[in-house]
Design a protein around this ligand. Structure first.
Ligand code: CUA
Length: 339
C-alpha cells in the first residue's frame, strides 16, 4: 500500500515537474537558480529524513525480554559515557554544518536572482498591471504611439533580459510564471520591478500567486517565448491599429460595439473606443484565452462570454449583455477580424 502511494506520488511529481507551469522545469535563468536551490534543499532534507527514520527504527526494534529481576545499580562506565558524548557532539556539529550549507545556498541564489538587473539599457521593458482578475500587459516604447497593450498573454524573446514593471489597480496580486522566475507581488500604489530572462522557446503558464478575491484561481497568463525575429514579428503586428470592417455584417458589428456599453470599458485602437476598465480588444482574436484562462478563445466562447460572463466566471466585473441574436452575430463577425 505504502509502495503504491509512493509510486503514485513519484509519478505525479515527475509528470508535474516537466509541465508548462512548473518551477522544476526551468526555462529561464532565474528559475534555474531557484530549481537548483530546491534540489539542494530536497536532497539534504531527504537524506536527513531517511537517517532519522533509520535511527528511530533501530531504537524501537524488538529486544530480548529482560529478566523480571531488576538489574543492580552500577556506576557509569566512563568509556560508554565518552562514546555517547562523541556521538551527540558529532550530531550537533553535522546539524550546524548542514544549516550553514543551506543558508549559504540561499544567499548565493538570492544574489544570482538579482544579477540580471545589472545588464543596463539593453533590456526589454514590459509593464504588467494586475486587475481583479486579469493581467494588463504593456510593451513600452519611447514613442507613445508604439505602445502595445494586450491582456492575459505575455510574449518574450528568448535570451533577452526583460525588466518587468509591476503595478496593481486594486488589490495585491502576485506575478508568477514558475518556469521563468520566482514570485513578485503587485502592490497598489507601490510599483516594483522584476527581472527575468527566458532561456528556451516554448509555451508556459503564469498564475496569480496571491489570493486576490473570488476569481483568484482564474487569473492566468499565457506565456509564449519565441526566437527574437518571431517575437518582433508579433510585436509589429500588435502595434497596428485594428483592421477596419469590410463587409456589411462586420460594419454592423462595429456599430453594435460602439453604440452599446462595450465602448465604456474597452479600447479598440483605430476606433473611438477608449475604455480603460477592461482589456484592450484591438487584437482580441489573436489571443489564446478568454477571461484570463477561463475558456479557450473562439467565436462560440466569445458569444457565451458576451451574453453571460457571470456564468463562466462568477464575480467577473464584465456585466451581462442580452443582445438580440442579430446584433450578437454581427458583433461576433466584427470581433473575429480583430487579429
Ligand atoms: Cu490576482 Cu490572485
Amino acid at each position: 500500500m505504502n509502495v503504491a502511494i509512493f509510486l503514485a506520488a513519484a509519478c505525479l511529481l515527475l509528470t508535474g515537474c516537466s509541465g508548462p507551469q512548473s518551477a522544476l522545469n526551468p526555462a529561464g535563468s532565474q528559475a534555474s537558480n531557484i530549481s537548483h536551490l530546491w534540489w539542494v534543499y530536497f536532497t539534504v532534507t531527504a537524506v536527513v529524513y531517511v537517517l532519522t527514520m533509520l535511527f528511530l527504527l533501530l531504537s524501537v526494534r524488538p529486544r530480548q525480554p529482560r529478566s523480571t529481576n531488576l538489574e543492580p545499580i552500577t556506576t557509569p562506565d566512563p568509556h560508554r559515557e565518552g562514546r555517547v558524548l562523541v556521538v551527540i557532539g558529532s550530531a550537533i556539529g553535522v546539524t550546524t554544518v548542514i544549516l550553514f550549507v543551506l543558508l549559504f545556498a540561499d544567499l548565493f541564489t538570492t544574489r544570482a536572482l538579482g544579477s540580471l538587473s545589472s545588464v543596463g539599457t539593453n533590456a526589454l521593458s514590459i509593464k504588467i498591471i494586475g486587475h481583479q482578475w486579469w493581467w494588463e500587459v504593456q510593451y513600452t516604447d519611447p514613442v507613445p504611439s508604439n505602445y502595445v497593450t494586450t491582456a492575459n498573454e505575455l510574449h518574450l524573446p528568448v535570451g533577452k533580459p526583460v525588466m518587468v514593471q509591476l503595478a496593481s489597480s486594486d488589490v495585491i496580486h502576485s506575478f508568477w510564471v514558475p518556469n521563468l522566475h520566482g514570485k513578485k507581488d503587485l502592490i497598489p500604489g507601490h510599483p516594483t520591478t522584476n527581472w527575468l530572462r527566458a532561456t528556451r522557446v516554448g509555451n508556459f503558464r503564469g498564475q496569480c500567486a496571491e489570493f486576490c478575491g473570488y476569481q483568484h484561481a482564474q487569473m492566468r497568463l499565457a506565456v509564449t517565448v519565441d526566437p527574437e525575429d518571431k517575437f518582433n514579428e508579433w510585436l509589429t503586428a500588435q502595434k497596428q491599429e485594428a483592421p477596419q470592417p469590410q463587409t456589411d455584417i462586420q460594419k454592423r458589428g462595429q456599430d453594435v460595439f460602439l453604440s452599446t456599453t462595450c465602448v465604456m470599458c474597452h479600447t479598440i485602437q483605430g476606433t473611438p473606443a477608449f475604455g480603460r476598465i477592461g482589456p484592450d480588444l484591438t487584437h482580441i482574436a489573436s489571443r489564446p484565452w478568454l477571461g484570463a484562462g477561463a475558456r479557450p478563445n473562439n467565436p462560440a466562447t466569445r458569444a457565451a462570454w458576451i451574453q453571460n460572463s457571470q456564468h463562466i466566471k462568477p464575480g467577473v466585473h464584465m456585466p451581462q449583455h442580452n443582445l438580440p441574436a442579430e446584433e450578437l452575430q454581427a458583433l461576433l463577425n466584427y470581433l473575429d477580424i480583430l487579429k
